[in-house]
Design a protein around this ligand. Structure first.
Ligand SMILES: CC(C)(COP(=O)(O)OP(=O)(O)OC[C@H]1O[C@@H](n2cnc3c(N)ncnc32)[C@H](O)[C@@H]1OP(=O)(O)O)[C@@H](O)C(=O)NCCC(=O)NCCS
Length: 138
């Protein structure tokens, strides 16, 4: 199968949400909140997409400074294209856009928790999250 990879190819919020649903990651992303999905895709600054001809089959969506840190927020591959190496290629191509000191950081979905160790990520037990509903304690 010939998969094409594109760097920062514009895609619509609808295409993005549709792919999230087709990958199952849509269960953990605000796919029914059009404003949020639009903000997520339009304010990302490193998006690698995978295409089977005209069909969007994978995405790696990141926010990065390209020098120190890159937060890989959404990695998703259409269910019928999973386990073909597309997820790995999306991350290889993401990393290829980053400087030599730039680390990749992500929060794994429960179903993909073991995937990242399998492909070389190290777990960091000093990673902390403040959900939007929570406030900094003064
Ligand atoms: C997780 C995901 C991005 C991986 O992409 P992919 O293209 O299917 O995976 P790849 O082909 O690059 O990698 C396949 C390898 O990873 C392993 N793997 C794939 N999905 C895995 C998972 N969820 N958990 C653990 N290992 C997994 C495979 O067994 C395979 O191992 P091998 O190379 O030793 O044979 C994709 O399955 C997906 O979109 N899943 C649903 C959404 C999701 O959970 N995304 C991650 C959000 S943090």
């Amino acid at each position: 199968m010939n998969i094409d990879y594109k760097i920062n190819q514009a895609i619509s919020a609808e295409q993005f949400a549709d792919l999230l649903r087709r990958s199952t990651l849509g269960e953990r992303r605000p796919v029914d909140d059009a404003e949020c999905i639009k903000g997520m895709i339009t304010n990302s600054n490193l998006v690698i997409t995978a295409w089977d001809d005209e069909t969007l089959v994978g995405i790696s969506r990141s926010v990065t400074d390209f020098h120190f840190c890159c937060y890989l927020s959404d990695l998703a591959v259409d269910l019928s294209y999973q386990n073909l190496g597309i997820g790995k290629q999306l991350q290889i191509k993401t990393q290829a856009q980053l400087g030599p000191k730039c680390m990749l950081i992500l929060l794994a979905a429960p179903a993909a928790n073991s995937y990242y160790e399998h492909i070389g990520f190290k777990q960091n037990d000093r990673c902390w999250v403040l959900n939007r509903s929570e406030k900094i304690k003064i």
